[in-house]
Design a binder for this molecule. Structure first.
Ligand code: KG4
Ligand code: ZN
Length: 339
């Protein structure tokens, strides 16, 4: 192994409800990926409670870093860089990760850099394919974001469209909540949908024009609400897989169709799909079928790296550092976007 290939980055992710820590080297090999999910705590409240999230991060961050080092059979002496999520995300949770990373860096004499959570999701595709190089088009589909970003050489970003209201993950979560499913409903909707009739309920697809790369999912949520009110709780319970299948199809139809149009408008041949919703099996299947038919390449991260994790935070910092693209930022910014 060359010297460079042995350089390791520790990534710390605390932007929302996962306390996560990962170790990644220059070959984009994941040496450790430890995730403490706070989902069971927040599900009691039907969504993320920022104050509770910040406290849980404070409690779990140190053990998660220790667990990651143990998983990789390493100590801090082998770590060349510490990266933490500086935004976008919840202020309290971000501050916990930032303070911990800065303190650890100072104690151990290791360089610390804050990274963009969205760039972290983007880098989960590098973990899947370390040879992937810009330019390519990236579709970010998470609980808070749904957007197309054109990724140019040197990681220059051009945002070409995003949601006007809810994110795709919210469409799954809010739709599922109306149907009586717990938080977050996305994975449950997907599981039930696998057994359902996708044409059962007629649900809307918004902004279908070819040249429109924006999304809108709030009308879909309202349509699910109306559907549940009109048909009543017993009908909904008895037909849950069918309604979930119709909801999932309405979301995936839009994501796939718009991706095809965005690829053609940007003349890109590679599409990466990242973020929590990229774990969705039906989205993967439909996008890969379209890729085969139309001759583009669709890269999805392994399901291990779709949701929030520390490996992706380490990956973007390592990737940038190895190409001389590090910009040292240590302040948190809850509203951070691409540029
Ligand atoms: O990227 P992520 O872990 O957190 C954010 O940065 O937002 O994404 C979480 C979102 C949630 O809305 C969750 O319901 C959704 O991803 N999700 C899914 C699936 N797994 C997670 N949605 C649909 N199908 C899935 N299999
Ligand atoms: Zn995320």
């Amino acid at each position: 192994m060359s010297y460079l290939a042995s350089v390791v980055t520790l990534g710390i992710e605390t932007s929302c409800d996962e306390t996560a820590c990962g170790l990644v080297d220059s070959g984009m090999r994941v040496l450790a990926n430890q995730i403490y999910s706070q989902v069971p705590i927040h599900s009691l409240y039907g969504g993320v409670v920022p104050e509770i999230a910040a406290r849980a991060h404070l409690e779990k961050i140190d053990p998660m870093v220790r667990l990651a080092l143990a998983e990789a059979a390493m100590d801090l002496g082998s770590v060349g860089q510490i990266a933490f999520t500086r935004g976008p995300g919840l202020l309290g949770p971000l501050l916990v990760g930032a303070s911990f990373a800065r303190a650890l860096g100072r104690y151990a004499g290791i360089a610390v850099t804050g990274v963009n959570h969205l760039e972290g999701h983007l880098a989960s595709a590098f973990l899947e394919d370390p040879s992937l190089e810009p330019p390519f088009l990236c579709l970010v589909v998470s609980g808070g974001h749904t957007e197309f970003v054109l990724v140019g050489p040197g990681l220059r970003y051009t945002l070409i469209g995003k949601t006007r209201d809810d994110a795709a993950g919210e469409a799954f979560d809010k739709g599922g909540k109306i149907l009586g499913l717990g938080y977050p409903a996305g994975p449950l909707v997907a599981r039930l949908a696998a057994e359902g009739n996708r044409d059962f309920a007629a649900l809307p697809r918004a902004l279908e024009q070819r040249d429109n790369f924006e999304f809108s999912f709030s009308g879909l949520k309202t349509a699910v609400l109306r559907y549940a009110e009109v048909h009543g709780p017993e009908f909904v319970r008895n037909n849950l897989p069918h309604i979930c299948a119709s909801l999932e199809t309405a979301i995936v139809d839009v994501l796939v169709k718009k991706s095809v149009h965005a690829l053609s408008a940007t003349k890109m041949q590679v599409l990466t799909v990242v973020g929590g919703v990229s774990a969705n099996g039906y989205l993967r299947e439909r996008m890969q079928a379209e890729a085969k038919k139309r001759g583009f390449r669709a890269v999805f991260p392994s399901r291990l790296y779709c949701g929030d994790n520390g490996a992706m935070i380490a990956a973007i910092a390592r990737w940038r550092e190895d190409r001389g693209l590090t910009t040292v930022e240590v302040e948190v910014k809850p509203s951070l976007s691409w540029n």
